[in-house]
Ligand binder design. Structure first.
Ligand code: NDP
Length: 400
């Protein structure tokens, strides 16, 4: 049905390549391009061995628009799946516009020199994509991504008005390392060490980092201390579902993780500005990434589960109701299938499904859209088929 170019050969990119290769009726030609071509070649060789599917590979610097345009004009994909880093979102969108290619990603743009992310930079491309007749699908991982689709599905089928939304993200897995991040360390540390923020009564409420926390019970897992942090899907969800009175995002962290994080910050290793070391300019957080475990390699010894879902309260037919929709994903099962851990898996599978929605013409409209603006039904159906089945609980105690 379609020709796809995946950019980024990290943990998430690995899963995306496996999943598109598992669906040859939809993805007829596949290319994986990234900064380090040897990583693309290794993934392509594994996929060839497992499924007998050919994946072409290429080297590209996704910070460089002309280089991207040459690759796009040469390969001529219908869709680019951007699973490089959030820093590359705008250059890849620019290249897509120039070469006439549709676009999808899993994380919103973040400038390298400022630990700050918001959708305004990418939403500003709406007119350009509309005029070019091209679709851009933003935030199609798990969170953002599936959490946004869960909310859209709940709004469509279970509520007349959603009033309270709590997205709960638990990683109850154990990678058996003293400290490691589950996705790109630089992006992860920037995200979790920022000030907390949530939506209440029409405005953003800011908190100190990790100020609000409480134990929440996760299905099949039990109680885990959960912390309110700011997460990007809150921005688009409160805009697209204006009946929401309060929207928060909770993430679990272990004490060991938080202690390491505090030390990293206190000793200046989370700094994103340049420092001079032995006559060379280095950015401490980038150096830290080089010595931390590679998230893509954590899978082998990872045990346990992730559990991510939406706890929603609102009104249906004049009656107050609660609804909890979630997925539990096993790190071991993810590793067995794709050679990566559960966090890469839960991001890569929705990216493939979003691409499938596009290829099938179900999510295709010129402009720039967050995933909750598309029809959630066919996407929810595919989650059950491709490894991220979901469970619904009605009128239960949400704890929140
Ligand atoms: P990794 O760091 O493992 O992989 C990133 C890949 O992008 C690497 O292969 C890297 O190349 C490549 N890359 C980086 N810069 C460039 C560049 N300038 N040009 C070309 N390639 C480049 O990250 P993850 O796989 O963990 O994460 C990928 C994306 O997924 C991130 O944007 C992350 O924020 C997002 N994400 C989204 C989630 C969600 O649920 N929505 C959850 C988790 C992650 P090299 O190998 O040379 O370093």
């Amino acid at each position: 049905m379609g020709k796809v170019l995946i950019i980024g050969a990290g943990g998430v990119g690995t899963v995306v390549v496996h999943k598109v290769a598992q669906n040859p009726d939809v993805f007829t030609e596949i290319m994986l391009a990234s900064r380090t071509k040897s990583k693309c070649d290794a993934i392509a060789a594994d996929v060839q061995k497992r499924y007998g599917v050919e994946v072409k590979t290429a080297k590209v610097d996704a910070d460089n628009v002309p280089e991207l345009v040459i690759l796009l004009n040469d390969y001529k994909p219908e869709l680019v799946i951007n699973v490089a880093l959030p820093y590359q979102d705008l250059t890849i969108m620019d290249a897509c516009l120039e070469a006439g290619v549709n676009y999808m990603d899993t994380a919103n743009y973040e400038p390298k020199d400022e630990a700050h992310f918001e959708y305004s930079w990418q939403w500003a491309y709406k007119d350009k994509f509309e005029k070019a007749g091209l679709t851009a699908i933003l935030g199609c991982g798990f969170d953002p991504g599936v959490t946004s689709i869960y909310t859209a599905y709940a709004a469509k089928h279970h509520f007349d008005e959603i009033h309270y939304l709590d997205i709960v993200d638990c990683n109850a897995g154990d990678h058996h390392k003293a400290f490691a991040t589950n996705f790109n360390p630089e992006i992860n540390i920037r995200e979790v060490s920022q000030r907390g923020k949530y939506w209440e009564n029409g405005e953003w409420v800011e908190t100190d980092p990790h100020q609000i926390h409480m134990p929440l019970n996760y299905p099949e897992i039990g109680p885990k201390e959960s912390y309110v942090i700011y997460h990007e899907e809150l921005e688009s969800l409160v805009k697209n579902f204006p009946t929401i009175k309060r929207a928060r995002f909770w993430m679990t962290f272990g004490q060991e993780y938080l202690t390491h994080l505090r030390v990293i910050q206190n000793i200046g290793m989370a700094r994103i500005d340049e420092v001079e070391y032995n006559g060379v300019k280095i950015v401490p957080i980038q150096f830290l990434k080089a010595v931390l475990p590679n998230p893509g390699d954590l899978g082998e010894n990872y045990t346990g589960w992730t559990s991510i879902g939406c706890r929603i309260k609102g009104i249906k037919d004049g009656v107050e109701k609660t609804y909890y929709v979630y997925n539990n994903c096993s790190h071991e099962a993810a590793y067995k299938e794709t050679g990566t851990q559960g966090v890469s898996y839960t991001t890569g599978v929705p990216a493939m499904i979003g691409a499938m929605m596009f290829m099938k013409g179900l999510w295709r409209k010129p402009g720039v859209y967050n995933v909750e603006e598309f029809n959630s039904d066919p996407f929810m159906e595919q989650l059950n088929i491709h490894g991220l089945p979901w469970v619904e609980l009605h009128d239960v105690d949400l704890e929140l």
